[in-house]
Design a protein around this ligand. Structure first.
Ligand code: CDP
Length: 222
């Protein structure tokens, strides 16, 4: 068992994991690790290299060329892919569409899971993703599973895009979220699944602050 505090937050697309995990990290002085950003960075790199995304061998071949690094920014965490900052670029729609495919590859998961475990070895962390409580940190101090209806998650993601000035159709966002849920939950390796010992929080009708409070109270309980 790690002597550090390790908090796992899993859940489907747009369930609020990253917003909530960031806020909990700030309040409790933990390091936030966004594992989705790591899968997104590999996907962005594969798109930039113009390789066939269906070809796992070609994707695996790229892995040795990729270094992903997080840097604490004033308000937000910055993500670096080799020598380029990709914080915004990894949120683009083309990355979002392809990330579930890329993250289903064993070679990709092995590399990133190893890095994620290393990151949690030496400091107190809160890590969010799909397989944190089940695979990456099975002995996490606390595990949370965030859920919300697909419609509510699509509304949140549509608002997020709008705030960034990106034009999207709610129906399209909903369809993309449902496709990703389906893909992430049914893949062979490390599918999205509630860890048996996780605390489930359904945030459909909760505010961000309410979810943050619920998590913090639970962490501080014992
Ligand atoms: O922020 P959003 O909910 O859109 O997703 P994300 O957390 O950035 O993750 C993007 C994608 O990466 C997911 O749909 C999964 O396919 C994959 N992922 C994964 O397989 N395992 C993780 N630990 C984190 C993300």
């Amino acid at each position: 068992m790690s002597k550090h505090l390790t908090i796992a937050v899993d859940g489907p697309a747009s369930s609020g994991k990253s917003t909530v995990a960031k806020a909990v990290a700030n309040r409790l002085g933990l390091t936030y690790i966004d594992t989705g950003a790591m899968y997104r960075s590999i996907t962005l790199y594969a798109l930039q290299k113009n390789i066939d995304m269906e070809d796992e061998k070609a994707v695996a071949h790229l892995l040795n060329d990729v270094t992903i690094r997080f840097e604490e920014g004033s308000a937000n965490q910055h993500v670096w892919l080799n020598h380029t900052e990709v914080t915004e670029a990894i949120r683009q729609e083309d990355v979002t569409r392809q990330v579930s495919l890329i993250s289903s590859y064993r070679s990709v998961r092995e590399k990133l899971v190893e890095q994620q475990r290393q990151m949690a070895e030496s400091k107190d962390v809160i890590m969010d993703g799909r397989d944190i409580g089940t695979v990456v940190l099975p002995n996490a101090t606390k595990k949370f599973f965030l859920k919300a209806s697909a419609e509510e998650r699509a509304r949140r993601r549509t608002d997020e895009y709008k705030q960034k000035g990106i034009q999207v159709e709610y129906q399209q966002v909903l369809a993309d979220i449902q496709a990703r849920d389906q893909y992430d939950s049914n893949r062979a390796i490390s599918p999205l699944k509630k860890p048996h010992d996780a605390i489930v929080i359904d945030s459909t009708t909760m505010t961000i602050d309410e979810v943050v409070e619920a998590i913090i109270q639970n962490i501080q309980k014992n």
